[in-house]
Design a protein around this ligand. Sequence first.
Ligand SMILES: Nc1ncnc2c1ncn2[C@@H]1O[C@H](COP(=O)(O)OP(=O)(O)OP(=O)(O)O)[C@@H](O)[C@H]1O
Ligand SMILES: CC(C)(CO)[C@@H](O)C(=O)NCCC(=O)O
Ligand SMILES: [K+]
Length: 249
Amino acid sequence: MILELDCGNSFIKWRVLQADGVTPVEGGVVSSDSDLLASLSNADKFQLKKCRLVSVRTLEETDSLVASLVDVFGLSVARAVPAREMAGVRNGYEDYERLGLDRWLALLGGFRLASGACLVLDFGTAITADFVAADGEHLGGFICPGMPLMRNQLRTHTRRIRYDDIAAERAHESLAPGRTTVEAVERGCMLMLRGFVLTQLELARQYWGKDFVVFLTGGDANLVSGVVPDARVVPDLVFVGLAMACPLS
Ligand SMILES: Nc1ncnc2c1ncn2[C@@H]1O[C@H](COP(=O)(O)OP(=O)(O)OP(=O)(O)O)[C@@H](O)[C@H]1O
Ligand SMILES: CC(C)(CO)[C@@H](O)C(=O)NCCC(=O)O
Ligand SMILES: [K+]
């Protein structure tokens, strides 16, 4: 079986596929290398042979994880690397190696699934938007803080904003003006998130009229799916691109 990993800034998303490289067996989200190894420790069940991964972590962190996977499970590991061009898409960055590899893979996956122009919105630690035209030209994108960073900045840099996760969740029952601190902050950040999304949609319409597909991915994609009813929510979009960038040899 094949192990796939998407190593983000806060979490590692993992999934195991059958040897055919298509059929999913199991997957999860973990917050550390050791939690990942623990989740996979039942490796006999998976009979892992190969791994492909994408990481936006430092080279040292990624090397260390790869070394563990080789040591513990004897896996052969393929890593996604930057490319100027792939699968009909041209990387739009001035320095193509600087474009986050998770963004690159997600937009490769989006362009493949859309077979045309697409806007890829990823809601993780950071929120990213990427624009790919129908001819495969990546026009670039935007990066801003994700929901966890927005709320934590407020909690860290103010003295009177303090609340727990349960209260935060309750605050999202509505978007009415907040009458408590937790409601005011949570709904305020939510409106920033939605405003960002609507601005991206407006830009995509200016470029392409109605002729484009919107993809939502990342752990917080569900927070905005309501404002883009036509969007395709594809939680594993990065993995779609990963399979393209690291085909099984
Ligand atoms: N099972 C889960 N475990 C952890 N976070 C989850 C889970 N399901 C949804 N989330 C949400 O996902 C968000 C994290 O997003 P995601 O996992 O896509 O990115 P990340 O790895 O933190 O960062 P990035 O990919 O931007 O580097 C958190 O804000 C959290 O609210
Ligand atoms: C923006 C993030 C953090 C999103 O995960 C990642 O894609 C990244 O570290 N990118 C490098 C900077 C860039 O894409 O311009
Ligand atoms: K991501």
